[in-house]
Design a protein around this ligand. Structure first.
Ligand code: KE4
Length: 425
């Protein structure tokens, strides 16, 4: 069946023909490409056209598509059954591995999505402090829990507004919003809401407004403010975990959160996420403590097996470093090409993540308002389709990060750069 036919049929049964709006090509136009299979750094569509993939399921596939070790681990585990609704040793093995990786995590709870992880982490911060308000940053995305679908109020008033139909103003009444990289604004929020703020949730490197790095004093500053005001610092490493650095961005910036949220990579493409932190905080989580959080398929054996196989391969000597070199090769190449053609871009790479913006005018994107003002989304849409036509799959939005895998070879990057040179022409 042609891509259009697949799309039409999907649209009959599912809103927009997709199960997540991020896949709907809303930001770039055109019909989403239906994928039939993946192999290594490539995906193949229904016409068997191949694409070198820089989205990698929005981050999880650090070993590329259908890595034999991951497929075998899932296959072997499935032979014994898919789920028991009872504890299995596999959960302990992945929990032990993650605790051994993160200095800030003594105990961990598995859930099924990053949304569940951040939603539970915020409930935990409220349970631990007995306070109700939370601080998040404009342009940071932590999943679709009601309290996190908030946007800065129209005036500079700290009151936020709902950012989605179906999310009531009550649901976001306790959500305070500050601009990313703006410690002053956070300080003011604490001063104007004394003893009421349970915690701050932050993307240690912002990957949902394009790729925006924290300024050097930003994360340490948040840690200090939380300590001064008795609030918990929640670092959302759903995207940056095992991507920005091993084990995560918190080690890059040497900031110890009270709670860390993980997802994506730790499931290797299966629905696995988690939240974890200091023992005295995690002791609040039921059945130990009084904070309720549960899930039928949490810690599912297939997800655990996939996560274990993925991380064992990813943590092997030099695998991460070699992949990080590919991200650097790509970004340095893009900078050279853009410069030679007088195309204004802002670009960055951190570990195995990268991002680049086409800019409407000279300037620097340091927060969401900058991104909305400076980013040339039309030009990105043209770039996206010029690359897709040549067989390269970048994020279908100017406000996402890109990823490489252990399977991207130097020659794959070189070919991508040649295609970028043509696209920018
Ligand atoms: P999920 O509920 O989608 O598993 O995770 C939510 C989430 C939480 N925190 C961060 C930092 C995230 O980036 C995400 C999800 N990322 C987006 C893409 N940047 C998911 C794409 C989608 O929703 O389809």
């Amino acid at each position: 069946m042609s891509n259009s036919k697949l799309y039409q049929k999907a649209c009959e049964f599912m809103p927009g023909g997709v199960n997540s709006p991020a896949r709907a090509f809303g930001g770039v136009g055109g019909e989403p490409v239906f994928i039939k299979r993946g192999e290594g750094c490539r995906m193949f569509d229904s016409d068997n056209k191949s694409y070198i993939d820089y989205v990698l399921s929005w981050g999880p596939l650090v070993l590329g598509h259908a890595h034999p070790h991951v497929v075998d681990a899932i296959h072997e585990t499935a032979q014994n059954g898919t789920s028991f609704g009872a504890p299995t040793e596999l959960e302990t093995q992945l929990a032990e591995l993650l605790v051994s990786q993160f200095k800030s995590i003594d105990m961990i709870r598995f859930v099924n999505s990053g949304t569940e992880a951040t939603m539970s982490a915020l409930r935990l911060a409220r349970a631990h402090t007995g306070r109700a308000k939370i601080i998040k940053f404009a342009g940071n995305y932590h999943g679709h829990a009601d309290m996190l679908l908030a946007q800065a109020g129209s005036s500079l008033a700290t009151l936020s507004q709902s950012a989605s139909a179906g999310v009531s103003e009550n649901a976001v009444a306790d959500t305070l919003i500050a601009p990313y990289n703006n410690l002053e604004a956070v300080k003011n929020l604490f001063e104007n809401n004394r003893q009421q703020i349970a915690g701050i949730i932050v993307e240690p490197i912002a990957g949902n407004m394009g790729l925006v790095l924290p300024e050097s004093e930003f994360l340490p500053g948040l840690r200090k403010l939380c300590d001064e005001h008795g609030a918990l610092l929640i670092i959302d490493e759903v995207m940056t975990g095992f991507r920005a650095a091993l084990p995560g961005a918190q080690t890059l910036y040497d900031v110890k959160p009270d709670i860390t949220c993980l997802g994506k990579v730790i499931g290797g493409g299966l629905p696995v996420a988690a939240y974890g932190g200091r023992r005295e905080v995690m002791h609040q989580v039921s059945p130990l403590g009084s904070m309720c959080q549960a899930g039928t398929l949490s810690g599912n054996p297939l997800g655990m097996a996939s996560g274990l196989a993925t991380l064992k391969g990813w943590l092997r000597e030099n695998v991460f470093d070699n992949a990080a070199k590919r991200a650097e090769q790509l970004i340095l190449g893009i900078r050279e090409i853009a410069h030679s053609k007088g195309v204004l871009i802002q670009s960055a790479h951190v570990g195995t993540m990268f991002g680049f913006y086409f800019l409407k005018e000279p300037g620097q994107v340091k927060n969401f308002a900058d991104a909305q003002r400076l980013v040339d989304t039309e030009r990105y849409a043209k770039f996206f389709h010029a690359m897709l036509d040549q067989g390269y799959y970048f994020a279908p939005s100017a406000f996402e990060a890109g990823f490489v895998s252990a399977m991207h070879q130097p020659e794959d990057i070189a070919k991508t750069l040649k295609a970028i040179d043509k696209a920018l022409a």
